[in-house]
Design a protein around this ligand. Structure first.
Ligand code: AR6
Length: 172
């Protein structure tokens, strides 16, 4: 199985790239974003600033890639999840785009082992069960036509996301 699920802190992932659940400013924040910037050090913020200078803010559903600074992984792929507004504002499509665009960047940068957090399920309020369905289905579909990636690991922080993501993987 190329798809895995573990519980823990994504900043300690030993692989090619970790994905960050950022916000459009790319200037850091709380949650997993804060944890990644703290663990990686100022190099990550510096790289984010350069990206924003060149191409502006990162819209929801899009992704950019930077150094991982002091983090073991080689890269951080920053994506901006949708803020949950009841489900009728393209939240599902935007969330799926986060996973697809992050994986595309991973492939373009020769990343073979990638870790995702449960994007949008913290501060952004996306219902966890629905987010887990979208995350697993989108990654599974991507891997069907992309052979270069060896593994995608969902690194779940809280018990609920860990259980829900495992459930989706068992249902595959
Ligand atoms: N490793 C893995 N997952 C984590 C970690 C960690 N170290 N810490 C938290 N999580 P959130 P969002 C999980 O709020 O909902 C930030 O301020 C957490 O349990 O980090 O996409 C950004 O700057 C949850 O399941 O991201 C944005 O402003 C998941 O990560 C905003 O939050 C996502 O929760 C983005 O909100």
């Amino acid at each position: 199985m190329k798809l895995k699920c573990i519980q823990g802190d994504i900043t300690t992932f030993e692989g090619d790239a970790i994905v960050n659940a950022a916000n459009s400013s790319l200037m850091g924040g709380g949650g997993v974003d804060g944890a990644i910037h703290r663990a990686g050090g100022p190099e990550i913020l510096e790289a984010c600033k350069q990206i924003v200078e060149q191409q502006g803010k990162c819209p929801p559903g899009h992704a950019v890639i930077t150094t991982a600074g002091k983090i073991k992984a080689k890269f951080v792929i920053h994506t901006v999840g949708p803020i949950w507004r009841g489900g009728t504002n393209n939240e599902a499509e935007t969330l799926a785009s986060c996973y697809k665009n992050a994986l595309n960047l991973a492939v373009q940068n020769d990343c073979k082992t990638i870790a995702f957090p449960n994007i949008s399920t913290g501060v952004y309020g996306y219902p966890k069960a629905e987010a887990a369905k979208i995350a697993v289905a989108t990654v599974r579909d991507f891997l069907k036509h992309e052979q270069a990636i060896e593994s995608v690991t969902f690194v779940c922080f809280d018990d609920e996301n860990y259980k829900l993501t495992n459930l989706e993987l068992e249902n595959l």
